[in-house]
Design a protein around this ligand. Structure first.
Ligand SMILES: Cc1ncc(COP(=O)(O)O)c(C=O)c1O
Length: 408
């Protein structure tokens, strides 16, 4: 695997040449990443050149529709699924909300589901609400010390009435990478649908959803260098069984059944910016001309190596302090670079102090309130979260370590 060409990477993001951001180290990427130049260009081009209702029989309208279709095709290829299995909605929270309405009719009273207390609320509350409609909700719980979600505990919760298992690829607070393929296979074996929240994992490299074997995979494009959209892969067979949430006369159109809000044309078109950026990274680093899904896999590994190398000095530094509690694994290989720590001072106060050293970070529970509570942390006190991506530099890691030294 070649080393990531960081100068090339950073040249693909307008924020890194924005004078007002100069000197600021960005460590709030789990909240939202910088968009790639390709995303910004596609979005503004759409607004300038093709901002008309798509798919009417005049040229600019056809072009608008084609740009949107391109996004479904190219994002599907990156994720190794079919274009009609990709759905773009306003956000992941909205996508799970709609999905919960679409899937509830597949269950009958007395059926069971499994949710975790490691998830962001977006992949938790919508399923837990089914309890009021006669569904038994079982909670798959983390270890209160390590925050680890153990698949052996899931095995004890599954039975022949289990219909759905919702869990995170990685939590946006804990960041341990959960073994999705193993868990999805356990759910399938029990006859249950698997719903995976990939929001905190996808920014670190797009996954091969087919290989993961889950029925639904969700992530937020605005954390993955794209526009403010939620991406939802729903496998075809499940979409066919789900209840249509769109207009009745569109029930036969797979792409309209699960996104009743109607598409944001320009943002859907700008989704191709993620694929453009993935291709640009691939071409810069690899000689062989692989198909697009293979390119996405290589780029995933390229990003991952860089991120793991950057995590090590930060995790070593944190391990050397006895005044903080690190949430999630100490080993870089087991986690995403979303590093939450708890200190005697509230997370938000620490973040405010870090900003005096030109470090952008956040504090709180990050809507992972249940996981924070399960770890025995007062959610109002919260954690400080330092989250970075492959475009982060070693100098920025040093900057955050120096700033932490002064602030903690
Ligand atoms: C892990 C995780 N899941 C879900 C969400 C919700 O995503 P959205 O803002 O697109 O609704 C977030 C947002 O921060 C998140 O971090």
């Amino acid at each position: 695997m070649p080393d990531l060409d960081l100068d090339f990477v950073r040249a693909q993001f307008p924020a890194f040449s924005e004078p007002t951001l100069e000197g600021w180290a960005f460590f709030e990427n789990a909240g939202g990443s910088y968009p790639a130049e390709a995303t910004v260009r596609r979005l503004t081009d759409f607004y300038r050149e093709t901002k008309v209702q798509p798919d009417h029989p005049f040229p600019v309208s056809r072009r608008a529709g084609a740009l949107m279709d391109e996004s479904y095709e190219r994002i599907a290829t990156c994720l190794n699924v079919a274009p009609d299995e990709v759905h773009f909605g306003p956000s992941t929270s909205m996508n799970t909300y709609v999905l919960a309405h679409a899937l509830r009719p597949l269950l009958t009273e007395g059926d069971e589901i499994v949710v975790t207390n490691q998830d962001h609320e977006a992949n938790s509350g919508v399923w837990r609400r089914w309890e009021a409609t006669g569904i038994t909700v079982r909670e798959w719980r983390i270890d209160p010390e390590t925050a680890h979600l153990d698949p052996r505990d899931l095995a004890n919760l599954l039975n022949d009435r289990t219909r759905l298992v919702a869990f995170p690829h990685a939590s946006n607070v804990v960041a341990e990478i959960n073994p999705v393929a193993e868990i999805a296979a356990m759910a399938r074996e029990a006859g249950a649908i698997s719903i995976v929240d990939g929001v905190a994992a996808a920014p670190h490299g797009l996954p091969d959803v087919d290989q993961l074997g889950c029925d639904v995979y969700l992530f937020s494009a605005y954390k993955t260098y794209g526009p403010h959209q939620g991406v939802m892969v729903v496998r075809r067979e499940l979409n066919e069984r789900a209840e249509n949430q769109g207009h009745y006369f569109n029930a036969h159109l797979s792409g309209k059944r699960l996104t009743p809000a109607g598409p944001d044309h320009a943002q859907v078109a700008a989704m191709s910016g993620i694929a453009d950026y993935t291709d640009a990274l691939y071409t810069r680093h690899f000689r062989t001309n692989l198909a697009a899904d293979g390119r996405a896999r290589r780029v995933h590994d390229l990003m991952r190596d860089h991120e793991v190398a950057l995590m090590r000095p930060l995790l070593d530094y944190l391990a050397g302090r006895n005044d903080i509690r690190l949430i999630g694994p100490r080993e870089a290989e087991r986690r995403a670079p979303t590093i939450s720590i708890v200190h005697e001072r509230p997370g938000e106060a620490l973040a405010a102090d870090l900003s005096l050293h030109k470090v952008m970070a956040g504090g709180g529970h990050f809507y992972g309130r249940r996981v924070v509570e399960a770890l025995g942390i007062d959610p109002e006190h919260g954690a400080l979260r330092l989250s970075f991506l492959h475009y982060t530099s070693r100098q920025e890691i040093d900057q955050v370590i120096e700033a932490l030294d002064r602030v903690l």
